[in-house]
Design a protein around this ligand. Sequence first.
Ligand SMILES: [Zn+2]
Length: 182
Amino acid sequence: MEVRKGELTAIYGCMFSGKTTALIAEISKRNLKPHQLIVLKPSADNRHVESLLVTHSGLCYPCITYEPELDFNTLITPYTELIVFDEAQFFDKLFLFDIKKFLGKGINVIAAGLNLDYRKRPFGLMTSLIEFADHHVHLKAPCAVCQEPADYSFRKLNNNVLLLIGGNEYYEPRCGNCFEQA
Ligand SMILES: [Zn+2]
C-alpha cells in the first residue's frame, strides 16, 4: 500500500451541473494563498483565452495550461498545498501516477471533470479517479426536458467528434429517460 498523506477530492457530473462553481467553493473553504495552490487546465479546453479562477473571496488564481510534455513536478514548490485539475477527463494516463505521488507528499488534490461522455461512456480516467478519491462531489443538472436531476450530457448535433467542446449550442443535460427517448 502506498502511503497517502494528502487527500483527493473528485468533483464530477454532466455538463451544466455546476462543476466550476463547486470547484471554486472547495478551493475557497481552504483559505489558501495563491502561491500555495496550482490550477491546471488541459490545452484541449480552449474556451478561455486568459484563464483565471476567481474564488468567492475574490482571490484570483492563474490557470496553467497543461501540455502533454509538461512535467507537473517542476511546478511544485515547498509551499504547494493543493493541486487542482480542471476538466480532468482530458488529462492523459500518466496523470493518475502523478496524483498518487502528490498525495504521498502530503499535497491535496482536487480533480473536476465529466465522468461520462455524450454517449454515456466513461470519460478518460475519471472513473479510476473517482474510485481512488477520498471525497466525492457528485453533481447533477436539471434535465433540459423534464427538469428531473440529470446525469448525462446529451449532444444536440449529429457529430461524432469526442472532443467537441462547447456550451449549450451543442449539449444539454438530460436524465436517463429523456436521454433514451431522443
Ligand atoms: Zn428528463
